[in-house]
Design a protein around this ligand. Structure first.
Ligand SMILES: [Zn+2]
Length: 687
């Protein structure tokens, strides 16, 4: 085959000559990305053309599997590029990302709206019962077909045009929704020039407010805004009740003011268009459409689930309100608890009860101790071993590479860990992959290459990296995602590892946090970084009690928004509505308390009106139910490392990726559907 010089030098174009076939990071230069993307797109286009023009009748292998295996080069370059863009970025990479985004989005559209390709998939789909497919093949066929249909591929041409119009308008509206919220956030400024109004606020918060004021040329004043790092501490600590009210009202009114940023009309239009599009696809409501490919499966399941939790949490929140009112009265306050008081008095009660010092706790969570603790726990559960491999290329000197081995010494996969912040890394913590597990068309088993990236407290001076309790549990969380990716044992790359429904993907991660928080397990790895002393029962007790505090409020505040989300998206007929009245009706229907407002009110509810969580906000607490119930399976045996339970969790869930219906996987592991009781106990929501 003819090739030009640049092609020869571009490492993406040849097999990786590295240990375990990891990307040759030491050879990759920024100039390699665009040519590799372009060539990757061209190759996948050629592969798809070959599928379409194949003279053989469409069948599972020559159409559905062929599509899933296509785009190998594109996957290789994209996995490196997107990981670079989030954890090893630069101005140059970010500029390249702007070039790559439209290229990739039009490439994806060319695939999902390709009528000849869809026609072949449909032919296979229509014969699915006669094809004698394995469970995994049937799932890949179903997922492939549904994703084309959900993108409008099955609609007649004139409806496809309307469909594209709707998508176009939706994309503009969702963007504007978010911009309006941001505009209202930026418009509001609380200026303080009397030092007395700062009473109660921690020094670091006051300093930040002084800096914010100085940045606007107002030296000597203090500026508070509706950005979370400013408004939340203000609501939690500021003694001045009138100012708290002012701040909280402004916070609640984001996107709902008498100005150009008002989102009420946009909400109406979004609800209307989503319903229209869902009906075109044959669904009664938008929620029916959205839930079709989630674990919960249907509206009734979600609503029953939310209402059951609501019924449990509401009385606890009412008890908490009584406790807060007592604190108000004991301080001589002559007023009734309002929503702008809750965070403030909850913090006072919490302090009085537990008085925890984060600095004391973190001395028991030196980062390498925590890591070794996780290794030990995963070893006790599944026998895995972790061996550091300095010979494996890394994308940044901060990252470390580990070979993950089965109990019998065989290779499972490669795990990168990259733990501390730096300028080239975005915030947060996540798991990702450089190569997904699969069995190639030639029958070769491809082992996964997984990475976890975090932004944990870094070492400083002579002090090693000491993690907060939250950071420690986040480490377990991301490790749980990594295990899910590493243990994947499927055939098709499209169903590997974490390719599961949104309301299921957090189970393997959150379940591992349960070990992190269990007193018996904590005592196995939480040792003082200087003295080596094991964490005391007394400190563990205070950590646990403090973690359960105010859970009635947190749960009710969350559930109110989840119920609101479902109410917007279960309309079967659209009639224009007033957003404030809509919220009031929801509050009345569920007998909500006035002292708690929605965690996200409609006009700034970005998860559902500009993010991907429409009819999906429930997912966060759904995953909480799953992980609590799954951990209960271990607790019930009286052995947190019960081998048979661990084996089942691995073979029924962790190995299976998205090859089976999520609820079926769960039931195969647990023997029954998940119940909410373990979550209620975990959050202290049982009276
Ligand atoms: Zn997660």
């Amino acid at each position: 085959m003819a090739s030009c010089a640049t092609t020869d030098e571009n490492p993406f174009f040849s097999d990786y000559d590295t240990p375990f076939g990891v990307p040759p990071f030491h050879l990759i230069e920024n100039s390699h990305f665009i040519p590799a993307f372009e060539e990757g797109v061209r190759q996948q286009e050629a592969e798809i053309a070959a599928i379409i023009t194949n003279p053989a009748l469409p069948d599972f292998d020559n159409t559905v599997a062929a599509l899933d295996y296509s785009g190998d080069l594109l996957n290789r370059v994209a996995s490196v590029f997107y990981n670079y863009n989030s954890s090893n970025t630069s101005d140059e990479i970010q500029a390249l990302a702007q070039e790559v985004a439209p290229m990739m989005s039009s490439h994806r559209d060319n695939i999902s709206l390709n009528p000849a390709l869809f026609s072949r998939i449909q032919t296979v789909y229509n014969q699915k019962d006669e094809l004698d497919l394995t469970e995994e093949q049937a799932m890949l066929l179903e997922e492939t077909y549904q994703s084309f249909v959900r993108n409008g591929a099955a609609l007649p041409a004139e409806q496809q045009e309307r469909f594209r119009e709707i998508n176009q308008e939706l994309s503009v509206l969702t963007l504007r929704f978010g911009q309006n919220v941001l505009a209202d956030v930026n418009d509001f400024k609380l200026w303080i020039d009397d030092e007395a109004d700062l009473a109660g606020l921690p020094g670091s918060v006051v300093d930040a407010a002084a800096e914010a004021a100085a940045a606007e040329g107002q030296e000597g004043k203090w500026l508070f805004t509706l950005h979370n790092p400013s408004v939340m501490p203000f609501l939690t600590y500021a003694d001045n009740r009138d100012l708290r009210e002012k701040m909280n009202r402004a916070y609640v009114l984001r996107g709902n003011n008498d100005n150009d940023n008002n989102n009420q009309e946009i909400i109406n239009r979004l609800v209307e268009l989503r319903l229209e599009r869902s009906k075109m696809l044959g669904f009664d409501t938008y929620a029916d459409f959205a839930l079709q490919n989630r674990m919960a499966g249907n509206v009734e399941t979600v609503e029953t689930f939310l209402k059951d939790l609501w019924t449990a949490a509401l009385p606890i929140a009412r008890d908490e309100a009584v406790e807060l009112q007592k604190m108000i009265t004991s301080e001589g306050g002559d007023f009734e608890l309002a929503y702008w008081d809750w965070r403030y008095y909850a913090e006072k009660v919490r302090k009085a009860k537990y008085d925890l010092d984060e600095g004391e706790i973190s001395q028991y969570f030196e980062i390498n101790n925590v890591r070794d603790g996780i290794f030990m726990i995963v070893n006790k559960l599944w026998g895995l071993e972790f061996v550091e491999r300095p010979d494996v290329p890394v994308y940044h000197p901060d990252a470390t590479a580990w070979e993950v081995l089965e109990a019998d010494g065989s290779h499972l996969g490669i795990l990168y860990m990259d733990m501390h912040p730096r300028a080239s890394k975005r915030g947060g913590a996540w798991m990702s992959s450089y190569r997904r597990q699969q069995v190639t068309q030639d029958g070769e088993f491809v082992h996964p290459i997984i990475t976890i990236v975090c932004n944990f407290t870094a070492p400083s001076g002579n002090q090693p990296a000491l993690l907060t309790f939250d950071e420690m549990t986040t480490f377990f969380h991301e490790f749980g995602h990594a295990i899910h990716g590493l243990m994947s044992d499927v055939i098709y790359p499209g169903l590997a590892g974490t390719s599961v429904p949104r309301d299921f993907v957090e189970l393997p991660s959150q379940v591992l946090e349960n070990w992190a928080k269990h007193p018996d397990v904590l005592k196995m790895f939480a040792k003082h970084y200087e003295t080596g002393e094991t964490i005391t029962d007394e400190l563990i007790d205070r950590i646990m009690a403090s973690a359960n505090f105010n859970q009635g409020f947190a749960t009710v505040e969350f559930l109110a928004s989840a119920l609101l989300d479902m109410d917007y998206h279960t309309k079967t007929v659209f009639e224009s509505f007033d957003v404030n009245e809509f919220e009031t009706r929801v509050q009345n229907r569920y007998d909500m308390m006035d002292e708690i407002y929605f965690r996200h009110g409609s006009t700034h509810f970005q998860h559902i009106f500009s993010g991907g969580y429409s009819a999906g906000y429930y997912s966060y607490i759904w995953a909480g139910v799953l992980d609590a119930d799954a951990f209960e399976a271990f607790v019930e045996t009286g052995d947190l490392f019960h081998q048979e339970t661990a084996r089942k969790f691995r073979t029924e869930i962790l190995e299976r990726g998205g090859t089976r219906d999520a609820m079926e996987m769960y039931k195969s592991f647990r023997g029954k559907e998940p119940g909410i009781e373990p979550l209620l106990r975990q959050r202290g929501l049982v009276r």
